[in-house]
Design a protein around this ligand. Structure first.
Ligand code: 5GP
Ligand code: MG
Length: 175
């Protein structure tokens, strides 16, 4: 498949994705028995994954979507991550973040640190993809769909320069 100037080859089929997402949902349903978690989907990349995962969630729960923006902070820590669209009060809530991919881990690490300030009962991360070789900011990833090599992927919500999200399967950069 071509997206803009690059060529991608098939990597994870719709069937493989669907099967694994059902397994993740089953695990979450078990782990959250007796709780009412709030799922937070991180846009744009996770919209397809969040939708398919959530269709298989059976524990009473809510879902909300946010966008993360990073800007240069005034402190020496460099970038600051803020969430756009997070209106819920998360205090004492069991939060499950839904992410498309954890690469270096920087985004998630900083965002989880910000969320902790709201004193949720718990925060867990559910990411469809994870590139262990690229991880620079160690994170506790409770739910991981697939551990993948450190190569660029598109499709199923993930983009290359905004394009390529509209595919039912995931493709890997052909290099
Ligand atoms: P991190 O802070 O973990 O390095 O960045 C994670 C973000 O980078 C993801 O949410 C995603 O938007 C983007 N990203 C990292 N790797 C890939 C990839 O292989 N393909 C696409 N489309 N986005 C990626
Ligand atoms: Mg993302």
């Amino acid at each position: 498949m071509n997206v803009l100037d690059k060529t991608f080859r098939p990597f994870l089929s719709a069937e493989v994705l669907n099967e694994r997402i059902k397994e993740l949902a089953t695990q979450i349903n078990k782990d959250y028995i007796g709780k009412n978690p709030i799922f937070i989907g991180i846009l744009n990349g996770s919209f397809m994954f969040a939708s398919d995962l959530y269709k298989n969630i059976t524990v009473p729960s809510t879902i909300s979507f946010i966008k993360l923006v990073s800007y240069k902070g005034t402190t020496s820590t460099g970038t600051v991550i803020t969430a756009i669209g997070l209106e819920e009060d998360l205090s004492d809530k069991d939060v499950i973040l839904i992410e498309d991919i954890v690469d270096t881990g920087k985004t998630m690490k900083e965002f989880v640190a910000t969320l902790h300030k709201q004193s949720p009962a718990s925060i867990q991360i559910c990411t469809l993809l994870h590139k262990p070789e690229a991880l620079q900011h160690p994170l506790d990833l409770k739910y991981v769909g697939f551990e993948i090599p450190n190569k660029f992927v598109v499709g199923y919500g993930l983009d290359y320069d905004g394009f390529g999200r509209n595919s039912q399967e995931i493709f890997q950069l052909d290099e």
